[in-house]
Design a protein around this ligand. Structure first.
Ligand SMILES: [Zn+2]
Length: 138
C-alpha cells in the first residue's frame, strides 16, 4: 500500500460522504440509478440520464482504462513537491463514469491511453483514503 502524503485531504460533504466512507473501506462506490440503471460520478442528487432521484450506492469493479492523462512536472504547491513527476489522469471506469485520479506504481513515461488499470486506496488521514489507479494486465 502506498504511504500517506502531505497533500491536502478532501473534505467530504453530505453528498460525497458515502463515496469517502467506501474508500476508507477499500471499496469504490458509485451512485446507480434505480430507474435507468446507469452509474455516475462525481456524486450528484439526480441521475444525469433520466433525472430520477432514486439511486443507490453500488460497489464498482475498480477496473478501468486510462481515458487521457498528463504528466505533472511542476508542483502545484509545496504539498505536491515530493510527488512530481506524477500522472494526473481521467480514468474511464468499467461501469462507464470517468474519474479524475492519479496513475501510480509505474514510470510516468510508461503510461498510455487505453492502459488497463485497477483502483488502490491510499490512506491520507484517519478517515480519508484516496482512490488511485495502477496498471494491471489486460
Ligand atoms: Zn436514471
Amino acid at each position: 500500500m502506498a504511504q500517506a502524503s502531505s497533500r491536502p485531504v478532501p473534505v467530504p460533504s453530505p453528498r460525497t460522504q458515502p463515496f469517502w466512507d467506501g474508500c476508507a473501506r477499500d471499496e469504490l462506490l458509485l451512485q446507480r440509478c434505480k430507474s435507468c440503471h446507469i452509474y455516475w460520478h462525481p456524486p450528484s442528487p439526480l441521475c444525469p440520464n433520466c433525472l430520477s432521484n432514486d439511486y443507490e450506492w453500488t460497489p464498482a469493479s475498480g477496473r478501468g482504462t486510462v481515458y487521457t492523462f498528463s504528466v505533472v512536472h511542476h508542483a502545484f504547491g509545496h504539498a505536491w513537491e515530493p510527488l512530481v513527476p506524477y500522472v494526473l489522469a481521467v480514468i474511464e471506469l468499467a461501469e462507464g463514469p470517468r474519474m479524475l485520479s492519479n496513475v501510480v506504481d509505474v514510470p510516468p513515461d510508461a503510461v498510455r491511453i487505453g492502459m488497463d488499470v485497477a483502483v488502490i486506496f491510499q490512506p491520507v488521514s484517519e478517515t480519508i483514503s484516496l482512490p488511485l489507479f495502477r496498471p494491471v494486465a489486460s
